[in-house]
Design a protein around this ligand. Structure first.
Ligand code: PMP
Length: 425
């Protein structure tokens, strides 16, 4: 494959004239190494194509939504059939109830569901429900955790245009630190409406951390003792850890859970699920949106949830992740690099040791991109059930060449690894 990014560059220039900054939000390629495509033409299964017709085995899965493969034929048929009937109408279809029934039957703590569009809608709605339920103000959030892009939760580094008042009742604690959580409860005695926790620690730029059992148990216990609600934000990890809430693997159930990204395999829909005792508070708030009750994403939800319930999709994506992880560990050692692969293998974060400026990481992923494997240098990645054993095998062939090139450049090196044309041949 002769790699080029000429078309992508041309599109970026056009976009720059009519889109602020040329692109915005989490899908902006501005902070990715040079050469990463910004625009994508097509996706099928585990593959993506950019406008230069480069084909990639994709390990970002649209940053989560692609769980079963781009254009999965079963979901595509459900979408087509519902589209023919109707999508945005004067009210929801029966499919709203069917989607809620299926969700509630899968997720142990849930007695009801409310649907919305994006993950941020779901986390914000959960916050409002918790305040309505408790009549309290304070929301405990793990410092550095991402819960969306509304002013109350947008990362500080992107918070231009927001006010300190937007976060006046948000109190931060340290993820995986039961003492810090207990102190936050103590300092806000009688005021805590809810604790937000992600299923594991999955912050950008950092190694991921599995949830510490003591921390998770403390969160559950302190909520029980004070009447606050435990909210698990499953938007990123949901259904890639379990066919239930992710903390069910620890034996812990939340009061509310927030879902998004993958449960309709890419159709735009998110949800809040709740336990029975929070039902009346959830019914008391006013939340809505012009597109929240669209039937097509709900039909995709029903089709996706059935596949989640009935197939071995989860075991397959975990297995693919493990094969990739073991292969990469061996390759890195053989080539003399120390990499840190953290978090669940099916949502891997891959960083190089002693690489604070990500130079090694950037150089390595760039070698991979130019050979048709789309990896991310500092954000957790996602596997899908569409990754085949052949995809993983081919990926490992590419990563092996990328490690070789990295070693060669380091040997030539001037301290910072860089790419040479020779390394591309
Ligand atoms: N919570 C978590 C844990 C997320 O990862 C995200 C999105 N990356 C969100 C909430 C917000 O979701 P959305 O971008 O769909 O609003």
């Amino acid at each position: 494959m002769h790699w080029t990014n000429k078309q992508d560059q041309a599109l970026r220039e056009r976009a720059f004239r009519v889109i602020p900054g040329g692109m915005y939000g989490h899908l902006s390629a501005a902070m990715l190494p040079e050469g990463y495509p910004q625009f994508f033409k097509r996706g099928k299964g585990s593959r993506l194509w950019d406008y230069d017709d480069n084909e990639y085995i994709d390990y970002m899965c649209a940053w989560g939504p692609n769980l079963l493969g781009y254009g999965n034929p079963i979901i595509a048929e459900a979408v087509r059939a519902q589209q023919e009937e109707g999508d945005v109408l004067n009210g929801p279809g029966e499919v709203l109830i069917e989607a809620a029934e299926l969700f509630v039957s899968l997720v142990t703590h849930a007695a009801w569901a409310m649907f919305c569009k994006n993950g941020t809608d779901a986390t914000t709605m959960a916050m409002v429900i918790a305040r309505a339920h408790t009549g309290r103000r304070v929301i405990l959030v793990a410092d550095g955790a991402y819960h969306g892009s509304d002013p109350w939760c947008v990362p500080a580094l992107a918070s231009t245009g927001t006010l300190p008042e937007d976060r006046a009742s948000i109190v931060y604690y340290k993820y995986n630190d039961p003492n810090s959580l207990a102190e936050a409860f103590k300092a806000n005695k009688g005021e805590v409406a809810a604790v937000f926790a992600t299923p594991f620690r999955h912050e950008t730029f950092l190694d991921q951390e599995e949830p510490d059992l003591e921390y998770a148990l403390t969160a559950r216990r302190m909520c029980d003792d004070t009447g606050a609600l435990l909210i698990i934000d499953e938007v990123r990890a949901g259904f890639r850890i379990a066919r239930d809430c992710s903390w069910s693997t620890l034996g812990i159930q939340p009061d509310l859970s927030c879902w998004g990204k993958c449960f309709a395999n890419g159709q735009p829909i998110s949800a809040v699920l709740g336990s029975d005792h929070v039902r009346s508070a959830a019914g008391s708030i006013f939340v809505t949106g012009s597109f929240w009750f669209a039937a097509v994403p709900m039909a995709a939800t029903v089709a996706t949830l059935k596949i989640i319930r009935d197939t071995d999709y989860l075991e397959r994506l975990i297995n693919s992740g493990n094969v990739l992880r073991i292969g990469l560990e061996k390759q890195a050692a053989t080539h003399g690099f120390a990499i840190k692969q953290s978090g669940p293998a099916q949502m891997p974060q891959i960083l190089f040791q002693d690489d604070p400026g990500f130079q090694l990481g950037f150089a390595w992923v760039t070698e991979c991109i130019k050979r048709g494997v789309y990896l991310h240098p500092y954000h957790n990645m996602f596997l899908s059930a569409a990754h085949t054993p052949e995809d993983i095998k081919h990926t490992l062939e590419v990563t092996d060449i990328a490690f070789s090139a990295l070693k060669k450049n380091r040997a030539i090196g001037d301290g910072s690894p860089h790419l040479t044309d020779a390394a591309m041949k």
